[in-house]
Design a protein around this ligand. Structure first.
Ligand code: APR
Length: 309
């Protein structure tokens, strides 16, 4: 069985552990800085095994030694933005956490593929790649799978059709500047631009862009974790089963889409070694402009890392 480590046993991490165990994608190790939390949640998930009929082993730990030999490491450790906290405050705190976590991954799981989830996602993925020193194809982030899942959900609700037939594409940074691409979003192969008026598409695009905030507003405390953990599970599955799925992923660009030394959401081929290739879509001038704007936002976030102490 592949060994899958999840760092951060919070809402996203523990639900991802549950989904991964239920699908028997591998044995799971869950870690956290809080003592007892990963152990308690891991034992609870393990005890559901006989009831649901899965054989994955799952342990919780506070010791990084236990992640040795991991094939995949998922980083969900971090804090969420709290009222009164600026984006800069969040960036500073999570950069420190991701740096610490990544140093331990480098030391204890030097051959792993790393999937980041912590926000601000594109910047945290950059920090993890730089800190581990791993080849960029082995360090990538979960953003587009979730954003395109949300887009697909809203399209299905609008059309009253099955979500199964919808393939949605969302590029760019994971946030306000993401770039949903209606031209590359299809229902059984038919682009949605042929199925809905522009005004409807714009409404669904806006809802997708604000998808995370919509859930935060409803929950009042906490943020989304069911769909985020499902997105992580899809990506882990693509890696451990070497499926070579084409998914929108936060990937390191070195010239693709005219961008360099930046992480941005683009369609990639995912397999055992991580990102096996980046697909370059032919974008219209307007789509390109939106992607450029997104890249600028990520670039300025990366640039601000230098001023953190
Ligand atoms: N090492 C390990 N675990 C840590 C560390 C650390 N240095 N710092 C914090 N954690 C743990 C916390 O103890 C907590 O259990 O990370 C966990 C985060 O869990 P939640 O607060 O429940 O956050 P969650 O909703 O799971 O989101 C995690 O994913 O989607 C993103 O924006 C979200 O950045 C956030 C991350």
């Amino acid at each position: 069985m592949p060994k899958i480590t999840i760092i951060g046993a919070g809402a996203v991490g523990s639900t991802a552990a549950q989904r991964i165990a239920e699908k028997e994608l591998g044995d799971v190790v869950m870690t956290d800085i809080v003592e007892g939390l990963p152990q308690g949640k891991a034992l609870d998930i393990l005890e559901a095994g006989p009831l649901l009929g899965y054989d994955s082993n799952i342990i919780g730990t506070n010791d990084y030694k236990d992640i040795e030999g991991s094939d995949v490491v998922v980083i969900t450790a971090g804090i969420a933005r709290k009222p009164g906290m600026t984006r800069e405050d969040l960036l500073k705190i999570n950069t420190k956490i991701i740096t610490d976590v990544s140093e331990n991954i480098k030391r204890y799981a030097p051959d792993s593929v790393v999937i980041t989830v912590t926000n601000p996602l594109d910047i945290m993925t950059y920090v993890s790649m730089k800190t581990t020193g791993f080849e960029p194809h082995r360090v990538f982030g979960m953003s587009g799978v979730l954003d395109s899942g949300r887009f697909a959900t809203f399209i299905a609700l609008e059309l009253g059709c099955s979500v199964r037939d919808i393939k949605a594409m969302v590029l760019g940074g994971h946030g306000d500047t993401m770039v949903p691409l209606p031209r590359f979003t299809t229902v059984s192969g038919v682009p949605i631009t042929e199925l809905m008026p522009e005004s409807t598409i714009n409404r669904l695009v806006d809802r997708t862009i604000n998808g995370g905030a919509e859930i935060v507003n409803l929950l009042k405390t906490g943020s989304a974790f069911y769909a985020p953990s499902a997105s992580v599970t899809n990506m882990v599955e693509a890696v451990v089963k070497d499926t070579k799925r084409i998914l929108p992923v936060c990937a390191y660009l070195s010239g693709e889409y005219g961008k360099k030394d930046i992480y941005l959401g683009v369609p990639v081929k995912l397999g055992k070694i991580g990102i096996e290739g980046i697909l370059e879509l032919e974008l219209t001038a307007e789509e390109k402009k939106a992607l450029d704007r997104s890249a600028e936002a990520v670039k300025s976030g990366i640039a601000s890392l230098n001023s953190l102490s």
